[in-house]
Design a protein around this ligand. Structure first.
Ligand SMILES: Cc1cc2nc3c(=O)[nH]c(=O)nc-3n(C[C@H](O)[C@H](O)[C@H](O)COP(=O)(O)OP(=O)(O)OC[C@H]3O[C@@H](n4cnc5c(N)ncnc54)[C@H](O)[C@@H]3O)c2cc1C
Length: 410
């Protein structure tokens, strides 16, 4: 079933145009070939996966929508944050579409760090080839020995030795680790100057993966399958000081910036995935007969439809409100935490109902629900677990109360 997208009256012409163009490519070029493109079907007498990919790339280029998160001077479409958020829900209707539009995590997050903090030389050497697909990258922050939910606890150190940084540490869940040509590594640099207080002790450093001392220990099995989320040892890894991103001590702020925007994108992706699960669920209820009647006539199932509609609408509007506040330059930390808790949980509920309606087919490889269910569950702990975000919301609300103010929902 194609995604049903029409202009949103409250939106400007440009965003509506981008949404319609994106939906057209997703509906016409991606959905009919989804299984082929994901390597789960044979082309038969039709075009090969590579031919379809090439055709999609041409249409994306013609529409000017390649790499929507990057400015035109780096080969991107130059969309604003809000425009990109609105485009994401359409891309996520198909789980493979974002990659076909040049948005591939963790490269996309690294591109944005390089854009914001990189020197002209770093942009030339790392950002441009990353955008053109000539390089791959990873973001290496989480460590097995300390809580990832408190990123300031990291133990990996970078010590200055003349014109070099010398890095020692142990990371895991560095996504894309085996494919990466370089990694952006979060290091503790407190002996090297910098602002000094607790947030100012981290620095991000670019480490080419072929540097002596970088040891990819393994790709960690995730959900019972091999993965490219890697455990990595850094043993006396020497890189020139020019590989430092931003000033000494700016690493924590850079990570928060990356994660804040990333959470909104993840939530808009979740909305797109839910939209697809919802359409598939509703379609099935109109076709499947059980015990002498269509599923759509059963009140249990009508409840699934209504509750899923409510979950998606609530998740979508919360995320859009948050993106609008960020786009306007407001402090949206409370809103970001709220969507990071609510949206993945809504996503889990919607996918779970879709699986139930489809019965055995719902957990098969013929439908996208199995990956959605795992993705939704993972999202509740990655990029900050639910509990940490709840604590943040309560902290911000209580700070206002102690200052004698009620919360401003407006
Ligand atoms: C598929 C996948 C890909 C990932 N990719 C990357 C990547 O590319 N780069 C990278 O650096 N990291 C990556 N991560 C790591 C991810 O960001 C961390 O797993 C996450 O930040 C949580 O850290 P942790 O696993 O150490 O859990 P911990 O910090 O040990 O937390 C464990 C649990 O403790 C509870 N908890 C934590 N704090 C509190 C609190 N204050 N109060 C109450 N309860 C609390 C929560 O329930 C939490 O889930 C990835 C993870 C996954 C699963």
């Amino acid at each position: 079933m194609p995604m049903n997208v029409t202009p949103v009256p409250a939106l400007g012409e440009r965003i509506n145009h981008i949404r319609l163009l994106t939906a057209r490519i997703v509906n016409e070029e991606i959905l009919p070939f989804e299984r082929l493109l994901a390597g789960r079907a044979d082309p038969g007498s039709g075009p090969s996966a590579d031919e379809v990919r090439q055709r999609i790339r041409t249409r994306v280029d013609e529409a000017g929508l390649w790499a929507p998160h990057l400015p035109p001077e780096y080969g991107g479409a130059g969309l604003s944050f809000l425009e990109h958020a609105y485009m994401n829900e359409i891309l996520a209707y198909s789980p493979i579409a974002a990659r076909l539009f040049g948005v591939v995590a963790p490269n996309s997050g690294n591109q944005q760090i390089l854009l914001r903090y990189g020197t002209a030389e770093q942009k030339r050497r790392w950002l441009v080839p990353l955008t053109q697909g000539q390089l791959e990258s990873g973001f290496s922050m989480t460590e097995p020995e300390v809580a990832g939910s408190d990123p300031r606890a990291i133990r990996t150190t970078a010590r200055r030795d003349g014109d070099f940084w010398v890095i020692n540490g142990h990371k895991w869940f560095t996504s894309n680790g085996k494919r990466a040509d370089f990694l952006i590594v979060m290091c503790r640099t407190e002996d090297a100057g910098g602002p000094g207080e607790r947030n100012g002790r981290m620095t991000q450093i670019i480490v080419p993966t072929d540097t002596p001392g970088v040891k990819i220990v393994r790709g960690i099995e995730v959900w019972g399958r091999d993965s490219d989320h890697c455990e990595i040892l850094y043993e006396d890894v020497r890189v020139p000081v020019e590989n430092q991103l931003g000033s000494v001590g700016s690493g924590h702020e850079a990570a928060q910036h990356r994660l804040g925007a990333g959470r909104v994108y993840h939530c808009m992706n979740a909305v797109g995935h839910m939209w697809r699960a919802f359409d598939l669920m509703v379609e099935r209820t109109t076709q499947r007969e059980v015990h002498g009647g269509l599923l759509e006539t059963r009140q249990f199932v009508q409840g699934f439809i209504a509750d899923s509609y409510i979950d998606i609408q609530a998740a979508r509007l919360m995320t859009i409100a948050c993106a609008e506040k960020m786009d306007a330059g407001g402090d949206a930390r409370t809103e970001i935490s709220a969507i990071k808790v609510f949206v993945p949980a809504a996503f889990e509920r919607v996918v779970d109902r879709a699986i139930q309606v489809w019965g055995a087919a719902g957990v098969s490889g013929d439908l996208p629900f199995w990956a959605m269910a795992q993705g939704a569950r993972t999202l509740r702990l990655a990029d900050g677990p639910d509990e940490v975000h709840r604590i943040l919301i309560a902290k911000n609300v209580l700070a206002g109360a102690h200052a004698g103010q009620g919360w401003n929902f407006g």
